[in-house]
Design a protein around this ligand. Structure first.
Ligand code: MEV
Length: 324
C-alpha cells in the first residue's frame, strides 16, 4: 500500500459504427476520445476509516461498507478488491470527470476504469487493460443490464477497436488519421432504456430487426476495411448510412437528426448519432488528416461552428490515429 496519493485516469469514447447491433452479436468499431477524461486520486485515510468514494461533481460521498452491492462506484472498488484478494483498505478515492454524463461518451465506463486502476495501484498492483476491462464489464452490467462489452474494451485499451461480442476485440490499424467533430444535444439519455427499446422491438419483429442488424454489421466491416486502407473518403457515406439504419431501429431523435443535418449541410463528409441515442451525442467526419493542409482543417472548424449554431450544448474535436 502506498503512503502517498496515486492518480489514474481513463478517456471518453465514441462508437464510430455498429452501436445497438453489437448488443445482438454483430461487430462494431469504437475509438477513445482523449480530450475528455475521468480521473481518480487515491489517498491514504486514517486507520479504521475504510474505503470512501467522493464524487464532488455529483455531490456523492460513499462509504464502501454501507452502500448496496449494486451501487456502481462502490461496485468498481469491490470487484477490484475481490480480483486482488485484498481486504478493504483505509483510502479515499476522489473522482473527477470532464466527460458529459449520460451522453454516449462513456462517462460511467471511464469513471469505473479510473477507480479500478487507482485502487489497484494504491495497493501496489499494476493492472493491464486485459485485467481492467473484464472488471469494468461487471460494473457495466449494473449500469446497462446487457452491455456488449465494447465500451469497457475501448476505454481500457485506449485505442481504436473492432469488437464483436463473444469474440472480443481486434486491434484496428488506422491507415490515415481522420478528424471527428462530436456534437452534444445536451439531452441526457439512458443507454439501458435505448437498449431495452431495441430489444423489445426485436422481440416483436425478429426478421425485420435481424435484417437491420445484419446491414449494420456489413457496413461495420466496410468501415474497418476503409479505416485500415486509409480511405477516409469512404467513411462519410458509411456513417450516413449507419445513421439511417439507427433511425430505422428507433433510437434517433429530432435533436440528433437536426445536428446530423447541420453537420452535413456545413460540409461534413458524413454524420451519425453515436452511442445509445435518444439524446446524447452525434459525430461528424471533418475533412482532415493533420497532414491535409489548412483548408481541410478549416472544414472541421466550419462543422464545429455549424453544430454550435444548430444548438449543440458542447462540441469536441478529436483526431483518430493508430494509437488513440
Ligand atoms: C453504447 O456505447 C453502445 C450500445 O451498443 C450498447 C452496448 O454496446 O453495450 C448502445
Amino acid at each position: 500500500m502506498t503512503p502517498t496519493p496515486v492518480q489514474s485516469s481513463a478517456p471518453g469514447k465514441v462508437i464510430l459504427f455498429g452501436e445497438h447491433a453489437v448488443v445482438h452479436g454483430r461487430p462494431a468499431i469504437a475509438v477513445p476520445v482523449t480530450q475528455v477524461r475521468a480521473t481518480v486520486t487515491a489517498k491514504p485515510a486514517p486507520p479504521g476509516s475504510g474505503l470512501t468514494l467522493i464524487a464532488s461533481d455529483l455531490g456523492k460521498r460513499i462509504a464502501l461498507s454501507t452502500v448496496p452491492q449494486d451501487e456502481p462506484l462502490a461496485a468498481a472498488a469491490r470487484f477490484t478488491l475481490i480480483h486482488l484478494s485484498m481486504p478493504e483498505p483505509d483510502v479515499t478515492l476522489n473522482i473527477h470527470s470532464t466527460i458529459p454524463i449520460a451522453s454516449g461518451l462513456g462517462s460511467g465506463t471511464a469513471v469505473s476504469t479510473a477507480i479500478v486502476r487507482a485502487l489497484a495501484s494504491f495497493l501496489d498492483h499494476k493492472l493491464g487493460p486485459a485485467e481492467v476491462s473484464p472488471l469494468v464489464f461487471e460494473v457495466e452490467k449494473i449500469h446497462h443490464g446487457t452491455p456488449s462489452g465494447i465500451d469497457n474494451t475501448v476505454v481500457a485499451y485506449e485505442r481504436p477497436v473492432y469488437f464483436a461480442r463473444g469474440r472480443g476485440s481486434e486491434p484496428l490499424t488506422v491507415g490515415e488519421p481522420f478528424t471527428l467533430v462530436i456534437g452534444d444535444t445536451g439531452i441526457r439519455s439512458s443507454t439501458r432504456v435505448a437498449v431495452e427499446r431495441v430489444r423489445r422491438a426485436w422481440e416483436r419483429n425478429r426478421a425485420r430487426y435481424d435484417a437491420l442488424f445484419n446491414r449494420i454489421g456489413d457496413l461495420v466491416d466496410e468501415g474497418r476495411d476503409a479505416i485500415e486502407a486509409g480511405d477516409v473518403d469512404a467513411l462519410g457515406p458509411l456513417m450516413d448510412h449507419n445513421h439511417e439504419l439507427l433511425i430505422e431501429l428507433g433510437v434517433s431523435s429530432p435533436q440528433l437528426d437536426a445536428l446530423v443535418n447541420a453537420a452535413r449541410s456545413s460540409g461534413a463528409m458524413g454524420a451519425k448519432l453515436s452511442g445509445g441515442g435518444l439524446g446524447g451525442n452525434m459525430i461528424a467526419l471533418g475533412h482532415a488528416s493533420p497532414h491535409a493542409g489548412r483548408a481541410q482543417m478549416d472544414d472541421a472548424e466550419q462543422v464545429a461552428q455549424a453544430l454550435t449554431e444548430a444548438g449543440a450544448a458542447r462540441v469536441i474535436r478529436t483526431t483518430v490515429t493508430a494509437t488513440g
